[in-house]
Design a protein around this ligand. Sequence first.
Ligand SMILES: Cc1ncc(COP(=O)(O)O)c(C=O)c1O
Length: 307
Amino acid sequence: MFDFKEMKVFFRGNYVPYSEAQLSIANTGFIYGLGIFTGMRAHYNEQQKKLFVFRIKEHFERFRNACKLCHYDHFLASYDEKKFGEMILGLLRENNLAEDAYIRITNFSDEETITPKFLYKDSLCAYLYPLGNYISTSGVKCMVSSWVRVEDNALPARAKFTGAYINTAFAKTDAIKHGYDDAIFLDSRGHVVEGSAANLFLVMNGQLITPPVTDNILEGITRGSVMEIARDEGIPVIERTIDRTELYKADEAFLCGTGVQVAPVTQIDTYAVGNGAVGPVAKKLQALYFDVVRGRVDKYQRWLTQV
Ligand SMILES: Cc1ncc(COP(=O)(O)O)c(C=O)c1O
């Protein structure tokens, strides 16, 4: 695994050594958490000796929409899907990468002043991180968090605002301190939203059930991919509001996201999910997902960009 501090990064328009990408302590992105980000993965296929980036187009679209929300005019004027993709591929090429990597891309308010608002100049930056499994992929324990998920009318969960991850940090910290691997957020109505940094699916009577995009979830790119793969496999997918107690009666549950990949949940609070083992639907979708991202399934090659 590479040392990310030895790698080149993209910073204010150039590829520079990690040590040269420095921000002031008065930077608005730092002091107020004013920024938006996305996390992508590149997967190395050992047999084919090829590196594939997963769903650049979808990441760009979500990123651009978030930039629009923040009036990030520099990004909006400077980057289209092609240029955004070239920035990412350039970063991987600059580092001669031939292994798996997580790619963290952030557009942030880049001035040294005070007043939290979105009317400062914005800058784009990106770096690589050697991320294996973010959490276990063979069964995690989740705790329903007493921290309520940020809501669309306050701090929209549908975009990845850097500052919003303080909400995540409260829930994740609490879950870890209680001996769990991750948290499941409810919203203020008590409905199920998602994991701390991942979308959530339940399996009930052979169907996948997940909250709709209007229930304060992040519109996850892995979520969309899993839904498409499941439907192609003949597994019905239903997007509907989920009540808390449905978590405890589901046959299976799993988290999905760029970081967690597809991570089966085997315990929620003090209840076993199903019989407490990884279920067949989660197992099948997880195996398919791992094949898809490494370019082993022709049908989904269209989601991949070869570096
Ligand atoms: C809060 C939250 N929900 C869901 C996800 C999953 O989104 P994606 O599949 O686009 O990575 C993430 C990011 O990983 C997240 O931070």
